[in-house]
Design a protein around this ligand. Sequence first.
Ligand code: PRP
Length: 178
Amino acid sequence: MTTGLGTVLISEGEIRRRIAEIGRQISKDYAGRTVTLVGILKGSFMFLADVIRAISLETPVEVDFMSVSSYGDATTTSGTVHIEKDLGISIDGKDVIIVEDIVDTGLTLLHVYNILSARGARSLRVATLLEKPGKSRYDRPLDYVGFKIPNKFVVGFGLDYAQRYRNLPDIRVLDDEA
Ligand code: PRP
C-alpha cells in the first residue's frame, strides 16, 4: 500500500502477530530463568517495548539499554561504531538477549556482541525485528528474527531516516526507494 509517507512493507498487524510469537518463544526458551534484555538505542525501543510485554509474566525480565551509533544521518554505513551510552547494570552470569531493530551489515551487532560476551554473560542471544540480506560482518545465527526484508532503506516502528519517521506504526520504504 502506498501512502503519503512511503510504501508499507510490513503492516502493524503483521508486526503485532510476529512479536507475540517471538514473546512466546522467548518465554518457552527461558522458562525458569531470568532473562536480561539489552536494547540497542535508539531504533530498538519500540520492538523492545512490545516484545517485553509479550514475554510471560512467569519469566522474570530485566532490561537495560546501550546507545551505539554507526550511521549518522546517511543511508549508508560509515563502517565505524561508537558507544555513546553504556549499560548501567552488570550482565555477569546473566542470560542476555541483545535486542535490535535491524541487522543490516551486521557491524553494529558484531561490536555489541563482542563487548557483551567479554563481560561474562552466562548466555548471549540476539533478537532483531528485521534482518537484511548479506549481514556479512556478523556470522553467528540470529536467534529471534521478526522478518527478513529486501535490501531497501526502511523506516518506522523505531527506525529512522535522519531521525524522522520512528513514530510510524509500521515498516515502510520511502517512495523514492520503493
Ligand atoms: C541502526 C540500527 C542498528 C544498526 C544496523 O542504528 O538500529 O543498530 O543501524 O546496521 P548494521 O547492521 O549495518 O550495523 P543507527 O546507528 O542508525 O542508530 P539508531 O538506532 O539510533 O537509529
